[in-house]
Design a protein around this ligand. Structure first.
Ligand code: XIL
Length: 453
């Protein structure tokens, strides 16, 4: 593309309409040259699958908002629809973050998975610490479900109605709901949700139910009996909070057996955590694990899609909850796509996987303000090594580099070329080097395709 464009001199642009039309056609052709960067949501849509992410409403601006809007076709509010968020004190509702996420999704042509109506966790204190008769508890739950589902009626594609009802051995978890109302709280919750919104798909969602095991079999038996009873149940959510290298061997078989029951299956909260610090070897394993999960879903027509539980390591719950673990999502904390991102793209039919035995460069915008931005490029080698490097790209929207560190960058027109500093030319096999820069932008700041040599 660059060599084609450089064929035009400013003078030739002024020679007549025909030349301008030609230039227009060439510019339109530019995205095709970046087909390798097809957003995940376009790849997923071509396969009839959902690719979603959990989001935090307050972060949906800047780079975080750009990626959430551009790459995903489903959103799940990470916390915004939980009972403690929407009704922190009895009768006082706070829908601000939930409304914001639903509006963002509508503006970006995305579907929303409501999460979650009935759970043992993240309930408000007034509810958790109250003393309730079974009748009072039943009324509280029915009111909660009716109020929340009705508020978003017709606007959510799915609801995780019941979350985490089982123990690891397949018995029912002892919770406020089970202890007060018995196991049928599940059927009642589903029935109330259906009464409030006939169009949203109603799910039961749980973790450690990805492979065939006692817990997933209990979920299977529950769904089977709910269907036999005519209780409205449309899907099961397999959360998939996985550990590096531990994708269950029976993942696809398990998805298939639920699909064979006549319910949808969604992977609802995928993340794959590793012991910190991350390394190239761990990130490579993580990519293989992400690919295995996506492959399993793609292989079963009843699997509606995959949602990641946060798309960036800077917005992941893992480090807060699993001490010493992290790096669980497809983008690093600076919004640079990790090998896991490329693995998801590949599983969805994309072509962005770095070839094996190569060094690749990944470009990310780490922060952005009115007129400026900070960018980062990471050069990683696997099965190859470099003793010196040059990374090149062409800015697509008039961006200009103003300052660089850990590299020497020059810019001519749109073309940028960055070479290593004296101290970081070596990128060993299995290693990586990162450099950064500040730039100026206006209008838009698209991510260019970069090459390394
Ligand atoms: C997590 C959120 O990501 C955290 O921000 C919050 O502090 C705790 O809950 N299973 C679920 C999710 O169904 O709702 C949980 O989300 C993660 C485990």
């Amino acid at each position: 593309m660059r060599s084609l464009r450089s064929g035009f001199s400013p003078a030739s642009l002024l020679t007549g309409a025909a030349t301008l039309v030609t230039l227009g056609a060439l510019l339109v052709a530019a995205p095709a040259a970046q087909a390798a960067d097809t957003p995940l949501r376009d790849l997923a849509a071509a396969k009839g699958k959902a690719i979603g992410t959990a989001v935090t409403g307050s972060k949906l601006t800047g780079t975080y908002g750009d990626i959430a809007g551009a790459q995903f076709n489903w959103l799940t509010p990470g916390n915004a629809m939980k009972w403690e968020t929407v009704e922190p004190s009895r009768g006082t509702y706070n829908w601000a973050e939930a409304d914001q996420i639903v509006a963002f999704a509508q503006a970006h042509n995305q579907q929303v998975r409501g999460h979650t109506l009935v759970w043992h966790s993240q309930n408000p204190d007034w509810l958790e610490n109250g003393t309730w008769t079974p009748a009072e508890l039943s009324t509280l739950l029915q009111d909660h479900i009716s109020t929340e589902v009705t508020r978003y009626k017709g606007r959510l594609a799915a609801w995780d109605v019941v979350n985490e009802p089982f123990n690891e051995d397949g018995t029912y978890r002892s919770t406020l709901w089970y202890n007060g109302l018995g196991a049928d709280y599940i059927a009642q919750a589903l029935t109330w949700a259906r009464a409030a919104d006939a169009s949203a798909k109603l799910y039961i969602n749980d973790y450690n139910v990805e492979g065939v095991n006692a817990k997933s079999t209990a979920l299977y038996n529950l769904v089977k009996s709910l269907k036999e009873r005519g209780v409205p149940i449309d899907g099961v959510g397999l959360q998939a909070h996985l550990i590096l290298g531990q994708v269950p061997a029976t993942f696809q078989q398990n998805i298939q057996r639920f699909a064979d029951l006549g319910v949808d299956v969604a992977i609802t909260e995928l993340d794959i955590r590793m012991q910190l610090p991350a390394s190239e070897a761990k990130l490579t394993q993580q990519a293989a694990d992400y690919k295995a999960v996506l492959d399993a879903c793609v292989a079963v027509s009843g699997c509606s899609g995959v949602t990641v539980w946060g798309f960036t390591d800077s917005d992941s719950w893992i480090p807060d909850v699993f001490e010493g673990y992290g790096a669980a999502t497809p983008y690093d904390e600076n919004y640079v796509p990790k090998p896991a991102y490329h693995a998801i793209a590949t599983a969805l039919g994309g072509t962005t996987t770095p070839p094996t035995g190569a060094c690749t460069a990944t470009y990310g915008v780490t922060s952005q303000w009115n007129t400026g931005f900070t960018g980062q490029v990471r050069i990683a080698c696997s099965g190859a090594a470099l003793s010196a490097w040059r990374v090149s790209w062409s800015f697509g929207a008039g961006q200009r580099i103003t300052q660089a560190w850990n590299a020497t960058c020059t810019q001519t027109g749109a073309a940028v070329s960055c070479v290593n500093a004296s101290y970081n030319g070596t990128v060993p096999n299995g290693g990586s080097v990162t450099f950064g820069f500040n730039g100026a932008w206006s209008g838009s700041n698209p991510v260019p395709a970069v090459t390394v040599g």
